[in-house]
Design a protein around this ligand. Structure first.
Ligand SMILES: Cc1cc2nc3c(=O)[nH]c(=O)nc-3n(C[C@H](O)[C@H](O)[C@H](O)COP(=O)(O)OP(=O)(O)OC[C@H]3O[C@@H](n4cnc5c(N)ncnc54)[C@H](O)[C@@H]3O)c2cc1C
Length: 473
């Protein structure tokens, strides 16, 4: 460790966001970067505490103290190499990870953890800029072929790991471009798509084959894949959105968040979108139902489209600000999160249940919401209506209520895999589904989660498939 006392006199410094007045007119990334000297100082704040809780909290087991030290010493190449030992895509997680590592950093006890996530993005940017990230194709091939179905972070991590073991990997993707929810869900202002493109270029140069616009189980029978590959990895995500069914749900103008976000991303990428299906928030009163990250992404997108008003409502109570005794350090805290999008102009409300949508000429115009209370009855939280209602103006409503499980129709039904009690693909400890040579990973395996977990599971399934392919039966 370079500077054991740096944290005592160097304060945490975040790069911060571009000014609201500037950023709401474009979809460029909102987060800025520090210069290299400041970045080194920030990395020096890591005190290499005996037990690195940051490492414990990271689903990938990233070795934070090691690469903070390397950044501090200006050894960017070695730093990114250590990062890549555990994380295929630190350029993605450095931008969009909620950073459980920082929540568990010992310095978080004093509310000024090391800027681990930003440091991760920074070291990877230096590495890309200076040509340190190069394709690493396998030296020999095993002769085994693996199909990865789905090109989100789980599928991409699995593909890269398997390819590096020498198996020939083909990734099938139903959409036009690869990347999964990072491409079509997460807006550009959080993750610019060229960050995905340059990684795909690396993966292609390593020998991975990508086949896009192919929906396995629909446009290409799953049987063909089963016949032609030695192992099949299901990485199709958790695409079935959670719905609600109050009176008026059928009115026009009520959309799932992903209809809106994927369309907005498609338009930015220059993809053709059916004009009749265009969803544009310009001059509209927008209500987002669901207080999570997906909802916040709808807020940021509606801001950029010039919405008249934006209200985000959540059925749960407002979490505490700052600290929550129910989720103490080093656990991930359940506290109020304010995203860059929230700072751009939106009203947030909590403890509201949607009782009814009302409308005119078949189009939504209002929501009738009711305040609810949450009562803890023997450890179980029950929702109790209070009778206090409120009417919210709404020309557009986005349902950002999460996802239930992967889409069952098509591929999963054709393959005949079993599901767990939440409807995800059931797997054993070796990521094997109930069907021989079919494995599952990512959100399709554990339910909607995070990019960092998807990458971790992608690496795990690759280990499991490799073990299966190299074991003599
Ligand atoms: C709006 C939104 C914002 C988010 N923001 C964040 C964030 O800021 N940070 C974070 O960590 N996580 C975030 N997440 C969660 C994160 O994106 C997911 O957990 C992660 O992408 C899951 O990875 P995956 O590879 O398992 O699945 P996905 O990313 O969902 O990828 C699955 C892929 O499979 C393809 N596919 C499906 N069926 C087939 C088929 N039959 N044939 C071929 N291809 C198929 C899909 O088109 C898709 O490309 C967000 C999610 C959403 C919806």
């Amino acid at each position: 460790m370079g500077n054991p006392k740096a944290f005592t006199y160097i304060p945490r410094k975040e790069a911060g966001y571009r000014p609201v007045s500037e950023r709401i007119y474009d979809f460029g990334e909102v987060e800025q970067t520090l210069n290299r000297e400041d970045r080194k100082l920030q990395a020096s704040r890591c005190m290499d505490c005996g037990i690195p809780f940051c490492h414990w909290a990271c689903p990938l087991g990233n070795k934070m103290p090691e690469w903070q030290d390397l950044i501090y010493k200006g050894k960017w190449k070695e730093g990114v190499e250590v990062l890549h030992e555990t994380n295929n895509f630190p350029d993605f997680t450095g931008r969009i990870c909620p950073a459980p590592c920082e929540k568990s950093c010992v310095l978080a006890l004093h509310e000024a953890p090391v800027t681990i996530r930003e440091n991760e993005a920074a070291v990877t940017e230096v590495a890309f800029l200076e040509g340190m990230i190069v394709p690493r194709p396998p030296k020999t091939r095993t002769g085994k072929k693996v199909a990865v179905i789905g090109s989100g972070p789980a599928g991409l991590a699995a593909a890269q790991q398997l390819n590096r073991k020498g198996h020939l990997v083909t990734v099938y993707e139903k959409d036009k471009y690869v990347g999964g929810l990072m491409r079509y869900g997460i807006p550009n202002f959080k993750l610019n798509k060229n960050v995905i493109d340059r990684r795909i270029a690396q993966l292609e140069a390593e020998g991975i084959i990508f086949k896009t616009n192919v929906e396995v189980g629909v446009t290409l029978p799953g049987k063909k894949i089963m016949d032609n590959f030695d192992a099949v990895c299901i990485a199709i995500g958790s695409g079935h959105p959670r719905d609600i069914n109050p009176k008026g749900r059928e009115l026009k103008g009520i959309h799932f968040a992903m209809e809106y976000l994927s369309q907005a991303n498609q338009l930015i990428m220059g993809e053709k979108v059916d004009e009749r299906k265009l969803i544009n928030a310009k001059d509209k009163h927008v209500v987002v139902i669901g207080g999570g990250d997906t909802g916040s992404d709808c807020v940021g997108t509606a801001v950029r489209q010039g919405a008249a008003t934006i209200t985000q409502i959540e059925i749960l109570p407002q979490p505490p600000v700052g600290k929550n005794p129910a989720t103490p350090w080093p656990f991930y805290p359940n506290i109020l999160k304010t995203s860059s999008s929230h700072l751009e102009g939106c009203t947030r409300k909590w403890s509201l249940n949607t009782n009814q949508f009302t409308g005119k000429n078949g189009k939504v115009t209002e929501l009738i919401v009711e305040e609810v209370e949450w009562k803890n009855e023997n450890g179980k939280f029950n929702m109790v209506p209070t009778g206090k209602t409120e009417t919210l103006k709404a020309d557009l409503v986005f349902l950002a209520l999460g996802f239930v499980h992967p889409v069952h129709d098509g591929l999963l039904t054709e393959l005949g895999v079993s599901f767990d009690n939440r409807g995800n693909v059931a797997t054993d400890k070796q990521s094997r589904s109930s069907v021989a040579k079919v494995f599952a990973t990512g959100d399709a395996q554990i339910g909607a989660s995070l990019v960092v977990r998807a990458i971790a599971l992608g690496r795990k399934v690759a280990e499991d498939i490799h073990a299966e392919l190299t074991t003599l039966h």
